[in-house]
Ligand binder design. Structure first.
Ligand SMILES: Cc1cc2nc3c(=O)[nH]c(=O)nc-3n(C[C@H](O)[C@H](O)[C@H](O)COP(=O)(O)OP(=O)(O)OC[C@H]3O[C@@H](n4cnc5c(N)ncnc54)[C@H](O)[C@@H]3O)c2cc1C
Length: 337
């Protein structure tokens, strides 16, 4: 395994390491990047606080087997109450359907606090022929982060550190469990941003690589993969691999939904944060002209960061909520530069 901090790539001159954990606690006066404020938009999960002494129920054979391995930096969750939390994602599937279709209660949840803990979990799962389901924020409503036939949920939320920040190269290496809102806020202190993010900014960086990566500013910045310089992934045999865009398997990881490997860390190319976006809402009498206008914006030299279509019904509803005629009841296109 090449994941200990001494094995991390050398930090170039002028680089600053940012650790969100320190930021949350208050001020680190040694580092210029750490502003004496707390990120008001933080979605950090605080897993350490949630399970301070571990949460071991040892209700299942799989949980007991995992526990017997005494893997350092790993917490195992197996009490039914907490397992129920991991049998859901953002989708609201009625219980009746859920119970008929899936056995979505995992045998155990493995919560690594170090990447080094992951290979042993994967090898144990392979030996026991039990499924591994990787989980970020559970914000995808498509069931990818919940078990369909028991198994071990690998919860990535405690792996939420910034590992390396190179201001001169505008590159940042983060663990997969960091939330987009937290990363963005940290970069903002340097006038930088990630070229595109999902609108679910409470989701994890690894989760968005795993689900595909199209979101805010993708119209101008392209697919997330264009902003990724390197991926550290752990395959099912527990072997850590570094993938860059030159590697054949690199693209396959985007949209792989945790089926090919666990994404441990992601190195992103950032860019200067643009001045506050200027939104423009344009109204059209019919759907076709709104669509034509959107197409022309999408192919224009200066690409809009974001394009959203609003139907007349939506404006009608907004007017009614506001209690006054605020918007024309027409087809609207919201563009942002
Ligand atoms: C309000 C809202 C807005 C949204 N907006 C967008 C959007 O703009 N664009 C968009 O694409 N999606 C969007 N989504 C869907 C979802 O938030 C994204 O797909 C998000 O990136 C999923 O990240 P997550 O951390 O929640 O992953 P999860 O939901 O936990 O997992 C999603 C999948 O990724 C896998 N996975 C998670 N982490 C890892 C890892 N480290 N290694 C390997 N596999 C992993 C899981 O096994 C699962 O298959 C939105 C959802 C909501 C609720």
């Amino acid at each position: 395994m090449r994941t200990t901090s001494s094995d991390l790539p050398p930090i170039s001159e002028g680089a600053v390491i940012v650790e969100p954990k320190i930021m949350e606690n208050s001020v680190n006066r040694a580092s210029p990047i750490l502003a004496p404020t707390i990120n008001p938009w933080s979605f950090r999960s605080g897993m350490q606080d949630l399970f301070p002494g571990g949460e071991v129920g040892q209700e299942t054979e799989i949980a007991r087997g995992l526990e017997a391995l005494h893997i350092p930096d790993l917490k195992i969750i197996s009490s039914p109450g907490l397992l129920a939390f991991y049998s859901r994602d953002q989708a609201d599937v009625p219980d009746l359907l859920r119970n008929v279709l899936f056995n979505s209660l995992p045998d155990a949840v493995a919560l690594p606090f170090s990447v080094d803990a992951i290979p042993s979990v994967l090898r144990y799962a392979a030996k026991k022929k039990t499924p591994i389901v990787v989980r970020g924020a559970g914000s995808s409503p498509l069931g990818g982060s919940i078990p369909v036939n028991k198994g071990i949920v690998l919860d990535m939320n405690a792996l939420d550190r910034v590992l390396r920040f190179d201001a001169s190269q505008r590159a940042v290496k983060v663990q997969a469990g960091i939330r987009w809102a937290d990363l963005d806020w940290l970069l903002e202190q340097h006038g930088l941003c990630v070229p595109c993010t999902p609108s679910s900014r409470f989701s994890t960086v690894g989760g968005w690589v795993a689900t595909g990566g199209i979101g805010i500013s993708s119209i101008s910045a392209g697919h997330l993969s264009r902003s990724v310089l390197e991926l550290d992934v752990i395959d099912s045999e527990g072997v850590l691999r570094k993938l860059t865009p030159r590697d054949r398997d690199f693209r396959s990881l985007f949209g792989s939904e945790g089926q090919l490997a666990v994404i441990a860390s992601v190195t992103l190319q950032t860019k200067a944060k643009p001045a506050s976006p200027a939104p423009r809402l344009t109204f059209f009498p019919d759907h076709a002209s709104a669509l034509n206008y959107s197409m022309s914006l999408a192919s224009a030299a200066q690409r809009s960061m974001d394009l959203t279509y609003f139907s007349p019904a939506k404006f009608d509803a907004i007017n009614r909520i506001l209690g006054k005629y605020h918007f024309p009841v027409a087809h609207g296109v919201l563009s942002c530069y």
